[in-house]
Design a binder for this molecule. Structure first.
Ligand code: GFB
Length: 316
């Protein structure tokens, strides 16, 4: 990819988008285009069309999405389905109309069937029913993959999709009602330590298994693919290992320095029993994750203390 290419990162203020900006800067890309939500509403078809018509973009990375943890997905199914569908449709179609050949679309590992064999291969897509807690989000993301695939087939574009496992890192969401598990547990362990509580509340049974990937690894995989000119299909992005939620809770408690007990709240859903991606397709191209969970958790806790602690306490 040309270092002067005009690269539009949609969703640059989010956890993934901001990691993409860091990665692009570190690789010397100097022509990155961003727009705040106030300047460009990605749900507004006419505005998105105008943006692409006027901006001479060469490459698009679509990291803008309505995202959230298991409870947010259950509570706001219409938002998760509608907003993701419309953002994908507007950005991908307008990019195509503007003649853009290269686009990276970011999905999620929840696109795969709930009971998929583990580790999950790319081929398992659409081979069985989805997990109900995130079906609307998964359907929107599957539509995005298929939209890219259809444009490639019909018009010869090079729109590639990357499917990350559960991501975490700087700039995550620490609102306990809408966040994913890892930031939630870091925040809860921190607040338990500060308040002198004896227990950490963990949703579900603690037996669900998840794979966690640091967002800087995810951003690196996206740029790796675009630099190599991989222009079709969908690729799993993960670290190749999973942990139980109880193990994650203990790791978070360790990093924070809280040594109380865990209390499981089984009124909350476990969601998919296990989500471990088979990452061999990407490994064959030469990419693998570099940031281990312990190291990533410690760095994320530092980021929480620097940027989010005050905000988190305000939400409490
Ligand atoms: O990260 P999470 O919200 O999403 O939850 P999913 C993962 C697991 O952690 C579930 C448990 O089994 C939760 O019950 N958990 C334990 C907690 N304590 C907590 C807590 O305090 N907060 C949260 N949030 N979970 C989402 C999907 O699935 O993840 C999306 O809904 C998307 O569509 C995304 O794919 C990556 O891994 O279950």
């Amino acid at each position: 990819m040309d270092k002067n290419a005009r690269i539009f990162v949609a969703g640059h203020r989010g956890m993934v988008g901001s990691a993409l900006l860091r990665n692009l800067a570190s690789r010397g890309y100097g022509n990155v285009v961003t727009r705040s939500r106030a300047d460009l509403d990605l749900t507004d078809q006419a505005a998105v069309e105008r943006f692409f018509r006027d901006e001479a973009i060469d490459v698009v990375i679509l990291a803008a999405a309505k995202v959230g943890g298991i409870l947010a997905n259950e509570t706001y199914p219409a938002d998760f389905l509608y907003l993701n569908l419309i953002i994908e449709a507007n950005v991908i179609h307008s990019a195509f109309r503007a003649g853009i050949q290269r686009l990276g679309f970011l999905g999620s590992s929840c696109i795969y069937p709930r009971e998929a064999p583990q580790p999950i291969k790319e081929d398992y897509l659409l081979s069985g029913p989805l997990e109900s807690t995130n079906e609307p989000y998964a359907i929107a993301k599957i539509a995005g993959i298929k939209l890219c695939e259809a444009f490639n087939r019909q018009f010869g574009t090079q729109y590639v999709s990357l499917m990350p496992t559960n991501l975490y890192g700087p700039n995550d969401n620490y609102d306990l009602k809408t966040s994913h598990v890892l930031p939630a547990l870091l925040r809860k362990a921190h607040e338990a330590k500060v308040s002198g509580a004896s227990k950490l509340a963990v949703w579900g049974t603690g037996r669900a298994r998840r794979e966690f990937l640091h967002v800087d690894d995810m951003a690196d995989a996206v740029i790796f693919m675009l630099e190599r000119g991989i222009g079709e299909g969908w690729y799993n992005v993960g670290c190749g290992a999973d942990v139980t939620i109880e193990e994650l809770a203990r790791a978070a408690m360790h990093v924070v320095g809280f040594d109380g007990d865990i209390e499981f709240d089984v009124s909350k859903p476990d969601g998919t029993p296990q989500k471990l991606l088979d990452v061999s397709k990407l490994a064959e191209l030469g990419w693998s994750a570099k940031i281990g969970l312990q190291e990533g958790l410690a760095a994320t806790y530092d980021d929480f203390l620097q940027h989010h602690e005050t905000q988190a306490l305000k939400w409490a």
